[in-house]
Ligand binder design. Structure first.
Ligand code: CTP
Ligand code: MG
Length: 203
């Protein structure tokens, strides 16, 4: 597999990476749609259940951008690149859209779950929490993508299980690269986002 496996890992997870960046942009585009997922509720410890940083806007922006990203990526089947992993001739648009939606929604569900535990550990909204801030969306994206791939295969829409074919068995280095390279990539992207004034903090 060589160095190409790194490119493969980043390509496969691009919908989740895009989804993870979506909430910050969505906040700029529609600042008024700021309904919190926790509805402003407080947990028994007196802290917010999730906090004001977790909105429905961010969640759906991530799911939508994930689906759109994979749909565009599926067009790679028209090229000579060996990167057409989101192209399922038999499933048409359903394959990439369902998998991309699952990667995007899963990324944001993972991020939301992280915030629940972050508040319980008394870390205020926006404070860094290494390595959970960096890996929450990887775990969430992988879990929902696995479920979506099982659904597509079970419904007979794809001939094989996309998740198993891309991440499991002899493809385990792809998973290892995602877990090791994502925190580094996350840090670099956030510093850039901070310098470009999209983010208030460089993490
Ligand atoms: N965001 C959002 N909805 C989400 C996730 C993020 O609107 N579901 C927006 C918020 O404006 C948030 C910003 O994106 O402040 C950065 O996201 P993130 O770093 O995930 O949230 P934090 O504010 O750092 O909150 P936490 O400490 O709970 O991670
Ligand atoms: Mg944060």
């Amino acid at each position: 597999m060589g160095v190409f496996v790194v490119v493969q890992a980043l390509w496969l997870f691009l919908p989740a990476y895009m989804a993870n960046m979506a909430p910050v942009f969505a906040a700029k585009v529609v600042p008024r749609w700021n309904a919190r997922i926790d509805g402003g509720r407080v947990w028994s410890d007196g802290r917010p259940v999730l906090g004001s940083g977790k909105t429905w806007r961010g969640l759906w922006a991530g799911a939508f951008l994930g689906a759109a990203t994979a749909a565009v990526q599926s067009l790679a089947r028209h090229t000579r690149l060996d990167l057409a992993d989101f192209a399922f001739a038999e499933a048409g648009w359903a394959g990439p859209v369902v998998l991309g939606f699952a990667l995007g929604l899963g990324a944001l569900v993972g991020d939301t779950a992280k915030s629940f535990f972050k508040r319980r550990r008394d870390r205020p909204q926006g404070a860094p929490w290494v390595p959970f801030d960096q890996l929450d969306f990887v775990v969430g994206g992988l879990l929902l993508a696995a479920a979506a791939a099982a659904f597509l295969r079970g419904a007979g829409l794809t001939a094989e299980n996309w998740f198993a074919a891309e991440f499991l068995g002899p493809r385990w280095p792809v998973l290892a690269i995602l877990l090791l390279a994502t925190p580094v990539l996350h840090y670099v992207v956030n510093v850039i986002g901070y310098k470009l004034k999209f983010k208030q903090v460089p993490w």
